[in-house]
Each structure stands twice: as C-alpha cells, then as structure tokens.
Ligand binder design. Structure first.
Ligand SMILES: [Zn+2]
Length: 332
C-alpha cells in the first residue's frame, strides 16, 4: 500500500490556523512542512464565541497583510479546530471549549480573507502532519492519538485520510472504557477522555496528594506542589514521575493502562502500522507509553498487536498548523 506523499515543495504557501481549547496559533506553511512566522495567542477561558471568531479573523488578516508583498502570497487557508468538524461542509458541528455549535467557519473565513478555506478536526490534521513529515513518515496506515484537555484521534489507512460520513471518524477519546464511569462532556459515561486526559490526570494527582497528606507521608509530590492541590498539574506530575515519585508514576500508569485498552481496540479494528501519541499529556513519555504498550500487547489480537509500533509524536505544538497547511497545498 502506498505511503502518503507530501505536497510539492514549490514555493507555494498556505495560511494555517490552529484553534485549540485555550490557544490560537497562526503561521504560514510550505510544501516541505516548514512553518514560517508562527504566532501564538492565549484564549481566555469561556470567551465569547463571536469574539473568538473575530480574533481568528484579525490574526489571519494581519499575517496575510504582512506577507502580501512577498514573492509568493498564500494560496489558501487551512484551519484545525478542537471539536467536531464536518470537513466537507467546512462547518464546526460542536467545539465545547470554544462554545461553538454549527459555525460555518469555512464561509466566514472565506468572506473575510478572500482565499479558499479548508477546515478539519485538529487531531486529524496533527496526524496528517506526522504521516507526511513526522514520526509516521513512510507509513501507509497510521493512527494518531492526541492527549491534552481532551483526547482526539486521526486515522490514515492505505495512504488516505479517513473521515467518515459526518467527518467525525477517529474520536478515540469517546470510546467507552467503564460502563458507569465518570460523566463525559459528550453526555456519555466512562469515556477514555474522562480517565486519561489532562484534567483526569491532574484530578488523580490531587487525590494522591490528599492521600499522602492524610497519612502524614512527606512525598516528593508534596514538596513539588508546596502542599497546594491547585498546583498539581499534568506537567508537575510528569516532573514528579521523572524524579521517581511512586504516586505520580502510578497516576500515569493508570492513565496509560486505560489508553492501552483503547488502543488494543484500535489495533484490532484498523491494523495500523504505527500509533503516534502526542499532546501535552504525552509529555510524560514512557511513564504513560510504557504501561499503554504493555496493556495493548496483553489485549490485542496477536498478529496486529505484534505488527504495530507505539511511538511519541515528532511535532510538539506545531503539528496542527503543519497539517492544516498540507490540507491546502495537497489533496488529502
Ligand atoms: Zn465522551
């Protein structure tokens, strides 16, 4: 089966936009996957949905204005959104953290920027970037899982991006792992996202801290957060785990085990060559990936389980932009 081919590196540029849960990034992307003039803006929590859209338009217009005088102006706009996106309709179906439902982001940006617009889910675009330029390069079948505030995924099979009839294929974060588990933002219970995304990991860390404090144990976790539960974040827990703190290691082992259970299902269904794991939570590295690999090996069917490799993503924060640019420059 053919691996995915990157767009030609012929000097053309795309304007790329990454609209995440708490940040907005813009930049220009070329056919080799290089990012030019990247800018990152914070989005205030629970910002007005209309204001966010104005901020996106303003940031994109500024970048286009700066770049217009140069030899090769952008030929189009690609936007990745943290939410359910129908790429054919270029419509955001729902993006909980942005407060967006049914936003025709394609038409709105096209009118405002005067360039053709493609829109897609952010995790899918980050997976596309890994397939073309990153850890999934050379693979024809790849699954990407992106763990941050939420958990998203992207599917590439036989060298093609798989989107599904509504454009929502790949939503691994909403696989049910525990029948009556914690309530999820999607309305279901016990989704992977409620067990292994950043907020769930931070909550498990706070519980571990409270336990240590109750039992009078002076663990490294207490020292690191200054005994303040509000200071316990996924990043702090990763630091604690790196220092060998058993409570932090146990939190990531639990999340990694849940991830492994979900990935065993992905492997049995899709038989991918590689699984790329990225996003802020993946910053915990082997503390998360080790237990995930072990659980996957224990549960997946023998042949697809032996064939798959689980690897960290190559792009740290820029994969969505690079994927959004590729969407414009290539035909994926
Ligand atoms: Zn869910």
């Amino acid at each position: 089966m053919p691996a995915m081919r990157a767009p030609p590196d012929d000097g053309r540029l795309a304007l790329a936009i990454d609209l995440g849960a708490s940040h907005l990034s813009v930049g220009l992307v070329d056919g080799a996957g290089r990012l030019h003039r990247p800018r990152v803006f914070d989005l205030p929590p629970s910002a007005d949905p209309a204001k966010i859209l104005s901020q996106v338009k303003a940031a994109a217009r500024r970048l286009l204005a700066e770049q217009r005088s140069e030899a090769s102006p952008a030929i189009g706009v690609g936007i990745g959104v943290a939410g359910l996106v129908d790429p054919r309709a270029r419509r955001v179906l729902s993006a909980g953290n942005l407060g967006w439902t049914g936003i025709d982001v394609g038409s709105v940006l096209e009118q405002s920027l005067g360039l053709p617009v493609r829109a897609d889910n952010d995790a899918r675009l980050a997976t596309l970037a890994e397939a073309l330029y990153g850890a999934g390069r050379g693979c024809s079948s790849l699954f990407g899982v992106w763990m941050g505030t939420g958990i998203g995924g992207g599917i590439i099979l036989g060298g093609r991006v798989i989107r599904g009839v509504s454009g929502t294929a790949g939503e691994i974060g909403h696989l049910t792992l525990v029948e009556d588990g914690p309530e999820c933002s999607c309305g279901n219970r016990g989704c992977l996202e409620t067990l292994a995304a950043g907020p769930a990991i931070a909550a498990a860390g706070r519980e571990a801290l409270a336990r240590a404090q109750r039992e009078g144990m002076r663990s490294a976790l207490c020292e690191l957060c200054g005994d303040d539960p509000a200071a316990v974040s996924c990043r702090l827990l990763a630091t604690a785990a790196d220092q060998g703190n058993p409570e932090a290691c146990a939190v990531f082992a639990r999340a990694g085990t849940h991830l492994g259970i979900a990935l065993a299902g992905v492997v049995n269904l899709l038989n991918p060559e590689k699984i790329v794991v990225g996003g802020g939570v993946a910053g915990a590295g082997e503390h998360l990936l080790g237990p995930a690999r072990r659980e996957l090996a224990r549960r997946a069917l023998t042949a697809p389980g032996a064939a798959v490799r689980v690897v960290p993503a190559q792009f740290r924060d820029t994969g969505v932009l690079v994927g959004a640019g590729a969407l414009v420059l290539g035909d994926y």
